[in-house]
Ligand binder design. Sequence first.
Ligand code: PGA
Length: 250
Amino acid sequence: MRQKLVAGNWKMNGTASALTELGNLAYSCKSAKSEVLICPPSTLIYRASNVCVDSKVEIGAQDCHSATYGAHTGDLSAEMLHDAGATAVILGHSERRADHAETDKLVRAKATTAIAAGLTAIICVGETLVEREAGRTMDVVRAQLEGSLPDDSSGSKVVVAYEPVWAIGTGKVPTVEQIAEVHSGLRASLVKRFGGETAKAIRLLYGGSVKSSNAKEIFAVAEVDGALVGGASLKAADFAPIVSALDASA
Ligand code: PGA
């Protein structure tokens, strides 16, 4: 059985005052059965991990460099993030693919470094609206999966998040049939590449406008092992019900 996971991505939101909200979330999730992860901006990782010590909430990062150290002004290595208290890192989010021209090859290199540093790599894939309307969704996500996952991926090292670009921050959500189609296609690709046992241990999250109002139906979809949540992860009152919905689906 794959352990369910709900991960919150705060993106470029939050200063020290947001730690109070995180404390509220840690309290709300004290009896959560699912794994709960919050990825605040890097500036908050150390303090956030202190706030969440002895709680069910783990802290993650939103990106890392592909190199282990060196002359990369302004960047952070996976080891630094791990040292600050992160246990996981989101990689290849569509906002990074778009804003920083990140390629599958770069995402794979980052994932390799992150895993070596002891972080779980949460690798994002997802089609744009133009790609969906052209009927290319499965080709796009399969190619991203193939290119972005390291060869030694396993359930303890890698989580895959399917995030249709057009659903992120828009309030638009694919139908449950569309989510089911992509998740079962991703699972089949994982089985083909890594073999059944390894593939079946890799968790597949759905992300894109997940809220407490739609979480239940999304979590009922086969092969959905949890969610990657942006906007609704910023407030404990919005995020905790999503965690409860995932617990109830288990
Ligand atoms: P959203 O973002 O929940 O605000 O749509 C999801 C994400 O970008 O991971």
